[in-house]
Design a binder for this molecule. Structure first.
Ligand SMILES: *Cc1c(COP(=O)(O)O)cnc(C)c1O
Length: 220
């Protein structure tokens, strides 16, 4: 099947309010263009260098999402154009994004990455760490970022029950954080969870954004 047929098929399996991020990492510009020409305009990359090269060469109305681990010294390279940064996991990174957003006269949308997988994964915040960030003077004074929700990655396992529990725990954290910190704000609304192998489970658990690569573009 072609890239556009794959996208079509996935869109038919997800509710209309769930956003599809086509993860084009390691794939050539021609693959992105094939998806673009069939009408899809939202793409995700996980390496800064690849993202800036693609952004430079591809159509300017593409909405680029950064989905990988972001180093502070590279924020400046994507700050002028990035649409959403999915995996912010510290106050220091948030502060750098804020600084670069202000230099570019914009507000950068961010998701906070939560640790939901088992101990084999070291990325992401625990809920108490996130609460500490959201309570800090430094965060409260930031004018260049908007926290739109949470992101998480489940354990890489065949055990679908475990994956379900991990996604449910992310949804529960989202509710708790929303009630405690964003009660009167419509900004905090997204849960980015679900990839090629587990997006159906993520949607059952309340995902609003799925990040899908290999079942669109082929194995990497
Ligand atoms: C690569 C990647 C994806 C997509 O993975 P697939 O299994 O190819 O769908 C999603 N999220 C993140 C953070 C990734 O790095």
């Amino acid at each position: 099947m072609s890239i556009s047929e794959n996208i079509h098929k996935i869109k038919a399996q997800i509710p209309p309010q769930v956003k599809l991020i086509a993860v084009s990492k390691t794939k050539p510009n021609s693959s992105v263009l094939e998806a673009y020409n069939s009408g899809h305009k939202v793409f995700g990359e996980n390496k800064v260098q690849d993202l800036i090269l693609k952004q430079k060469d591809l159509p300017k109305d593409i909405e680029w999402h950064f989905i990988g681990h972001l180093q502070r010294n590279k924020v400046k390279n994507i700050a002028p154009f990035v649409s959403l940064i999915h995996a912010v996991d510290s106050l220091r990174l948030l502060s750098k994004i804020n600084e670069e957003a202000l230099k570019n006269d914009r507000i950068i949308n961010c998701l906070m990455q939560m640790h939901i997988a088992d101990e084999s994964s070291k990325f992401g915040l625990h809920i108490n760490e996130l609460k500490e960030i959201l309570s800090s003077e430094e965060y409260l004074s930031m004018k260049g970022i908007k926290i739109k929700g949470l992101m998480g990655m489940a354990t890489y396992t065949e055990n679908r029950e475990q994956i379900k529990q991990e996604f449910d725990s992310l949804r529960n954290s989202f509710q708790e954080i929303k009630n405690e910190f964003f009660k009167n704000s419509d900004d905090f609304k997204d849960i980015s969870m679900g990839m090629s192998g587990d997006f159906d489970i993520a949607i059952e658990s309340g995902s609003s954004m799925v990040r899908i690569g290999s079942i669109i573009f082929g194995e990497r």
